[in-house]
Ligand binder design. Structure first.
Ligand code: ADP
Length: 311
């Protein structure tokens, strides 16, 4: 069973408009509402790929109830910690080939909520084989909360796949006592982390992935959008090439990749299998209009087209 963590879930509302008129009324004929947040994208894709997955995080208010109802409709299991703080809406307006987003920051929680969440998280780990932690931390929780969760998971020898960025990722990598099993920065997150650009040649990539900041992190998978990925597992380096596809909406492809990686790790696949699963899930998401969604019937075909080269 996978456990997918989203600390700050949202109701994602998407409006499609022919054009966006500023300082005027815009009427949306096409509206879509989904349970959002990066970890819920991971959970949905893993669920669509046939994994047994349970979602957790912190939820409250009528929007929290609505998110749980949306998950129920999709047949997705969940065990959120409930608070008295309203969850958030995130709005995406699709207009003239553009996407304009308005993102609420979400509830502000307390140290007591954080302690309750860590207790709740620990109580869910029975029978869990892989954990994914995605996205930013809810306001009011400490930057080190992911490290604390990883420490609890490591005590129970459950691997954690961590997909976050900026200071949160840096803080998690600095705590060498509680390291994730896998991280999946994209190329720009890697540049930000190392504070430098990386040339296309494999030796620069190998050097970047051998940086001391990653020491003792078994898997580092750097996704590069339509260019596939570069990865390190222990001392082995891989370049992953993916087939050219007609991309419709690549938003959420990183989350789909994490879902594929998690499922493959749960299945104990070898390195090549892990990378193929991750890449195939990511590119299937890019082929769909809906964020965090894949057509599982295409999975085997596209996974077979992913090339994993050991460097
Ligand atoms: P993130 O969403 O975290 O920025 P990426 O954009 O690197 O992550 O996408 C993750 C993976 O999804 C890529 O490694 C690739 O497999 C797939 N993917 C993303 N965008 C495309 C695209 N335009 N064409 C094909 N595959 C894509």
């Amino acid at each position: 069973m996978l456990l997918a963590v989203t600390l700050n879930p949202s109701v994602d509302i998407s409006y499609r408009l022919d054009d966006l008129k500023l300082d005027d009324v815009n009427r949306a004929a096409e509206v879509r509402k989904t349970a959002g947040g990066k970890g819920l994208n991971v959970a949905r894709v893993a669920h669509l790929l046939g994994a047994d997955v349970i979602s957790t995080g912190v939820l409250g208010g009528s929007l929290g109830d609505y998110i749980e109802r949306l998950l129920d409709q999709d047949g997705m299991k969940h065990q959120f910690l409930h608070t008295n703080q309203e969850a958030r809406n995130c709005i995406a307006i699709l207009h003239e080939q553009k996407q304009t987003e308005i993102l609420e920051s979400g509830p502000h929680l307390t140290k007591a909520d954080q302690d309750r969440f860590l207790y709740h998280f620990r109580s869910l780990l029975q029978g869990i084989s892989v954990i994914t932690i995605s996205g930013s931390i809810v306001s009011g929780f400490a930057t080190r909360v992911y490290s604390q969760m990883i420490e609890i998971a490591n005590e129970k020898q459950i691997p954690v796949l961590l997909d976050t960025s900026g200071e949160t990722l840096k803080a998690s990598l600095q705590n060498k006592r509680a390291l994730p099993y896998l991280i999946k920065p994209n190329a720009s997150e890697l540049r930000q982390l190392l504070n430098r650009s990386i040339a296309i040649n494999p030796s620069e990539w190998q050097e970047a992935l051998s940086h001391p900041i990653f020491s003792d992190v078994p898997w580092v998978v750097v996704s590069k959008g339509a260019d596939g990925a570069f990865a390190r597992h222990q001392h082995n380096f891989y370049r992953v090439k993916i087939p050219k596809i007609q991309a419709v909406n690549p938003v959420g492809s990183g989350d789909a990749t994490v879902a594929g990686l998690a499922k493959a790790i749960e299945m104990n696949l070898n390195d090549e299998g892990v990378l193929k699963y991750g890449m195939a899930a990511g590119l299937l998401n890019a082929m769909e209009a809906q964020t965090g969604y894949v057509d599982a019937s295409k999975f085997d075909h596209y996974a077979s087209l992913v090339e994993v080269q050991k460097e």
